[in-house]
Design a protein around this ligand. Structure first.
Ligand code: HEC
Ligand code: HEC
Length: 303
């Protein structure tokens, strides 16, 4: 009898110790990941320009279209949830942007778009803010004006609650994943400026607020666990017609019709480029072979 009681006591003690150790471990992972997410500074104070006419709304719509806001936030900006295998968090929820733009001021919207920091002061994870760091104030302002002018469409299915999940928190706690505010900080500044050829200046701006999402911050290619993309210096080998076919239909050299993600983004975003944008973008990308490639850039193989 006494023996059985002792055995029960020992088992209970063991179970309790294990429970305490496991919950202690999860508490540690949670605290480390939360404090990393909260450890961001935001440069507040962005205001929209006073000019908010129909032309500004159209300009903002074009910025949103070519930068992919519709692709992720929904064609009516109604919001979308992602829990596909290529998203490394449990559930990412791109919010309803028309509603968001009415609930938050321009500075909050700008902090999310260009700085990778959300309305709650925490760093974002799945929103590719590093791609928008170099958007100029004029385009940023038109974007906000457009978002506010868009009628609010409800998402047909209620959006779930976003969730990082334990796998993602473990990766953060181990220092294996960087949030968007950190990625945004690493985006190098534009190389060309006022004194340079205006067509090339415009081309560099377009490339580094669009193609840099997948082709590396310097456009010289990227290889990480999720996506491998070529060095855009290869565009020197494309004719004008080849380039237009790629941008409009997502068709590669030699008539390759399915380039995966590239074809998706071309049809959703790049098919809307104006002639001037196509010309300037290609003119700039053709200058790339003359630039050295920094193979050790911290962001090139990171995730
Ligand atoms: C690749 C998909 C993707 C693209 C492209 C994208 N977003 Fe997002 N966005 C998200 C996700 C996912 C979230 C939710 C936050 C997170 O998980 O990082 C988000 C969050 C936001 C937020 C709210 C941030 C907060 O929590 O306060 C704003 C504002 C926003 N996006 C604006 C935009 C705008 C404007 C564009 C186009 C310039 C855009 N997004 C393009 C995926 C995207
Ligand atoms: C959302 C990610 C994404 C964005 C944004 C993106 N690309 Fe790509 N791109 C890819 C991927 C992935 C491939 C590789 C496709 C393959 O070979 O299967 C690719 C391939 C290419 C190729 C090689 C096509 C061929 O003939 O094989 C060129 C050129 C290219 N992209 C140009 C651009 C330009 C210019 C931009 C900006 C206007 C851009 N990409 C933006 C993902 C992207």
């Amino acid at each position: 009898m006494i023996r059985t009681k002792n055995l029960i006591r020992t088992v209970v003690a063991l179970v309790l110790c294990t429970a305490i150790a496991v919950s202690g471990f999860y508490a540690y992972v949670y605290i480390v990941s939360e404090s990393y997410l909260n450890d961001v500074d935001v440069d507040a104070g962005f205001v929209v320009s006073d000019v908010q006419d129909a032309a500004t709304v159209e300009k903002g719509r074009h910025v949103a279209r070519t930068r992919g806001c519709f692709g992720c936030h929904g064609q009516q900006l109604e919001g979308r949830a992602f829990s596909d295998e290529w998203i490394w968090v449990d559930t990412a929820v791109a919010p309803n942007l028309a509603e968001y733009a009415r609930q938050h001021n321009a500075a909050t919207i700008e902090a999310a778009v260009r700085q990778g920091v959300g309305h709650d002061g925490k760093a974002l994870w799945s929103m590719p803010s590093y791609n928008f760091v170099l958007l100029n104030d004029e385009d940023m302002s038109a974007l906000v004006t457009f978002l506010r002018s868009t009628p609010v469409t409800e998402s047909p299915l209620p959006l779930p609650r976003p969730s990082l999940g334990w796998d993602a928190r473990m990766r953060i706690a181990r220092g294996e994943s960087q949030h968007m505010a950190e990625w945004a900080d690493r985006m190098p500044p534009l190389l060309l400026s006022d004194g340079d050829d205006p067509a090339l200046v415009h081309g560099e701006y377009l490339a580094k607020t669009m193609c840099n999402e997948c082709h590396g911050f310097d456009l010289r290619g990227q290889a990480d666990i999720d996506i491998t993309t070529p060095d855009l210096a290869i565009l020197a080998a494309y004719s004008d017609a080849d380039f237009r076919r790629l941008m409009q239909f997502g068709e590669g050299l030699g008539g390759r019709k399915n380039l995966g993600l590239m074809t998706v983004v071309a049809k959703d975003r790049f098919a809307y480029f104006t002639d001037e944008e196509l010309n300037n973008l290609l003119a700039y990308l053709r200058t790339l072979p003359g630039e050295p490639v920094d193979h050790d850039a911290s962001w090139r193989t990171l995730r």
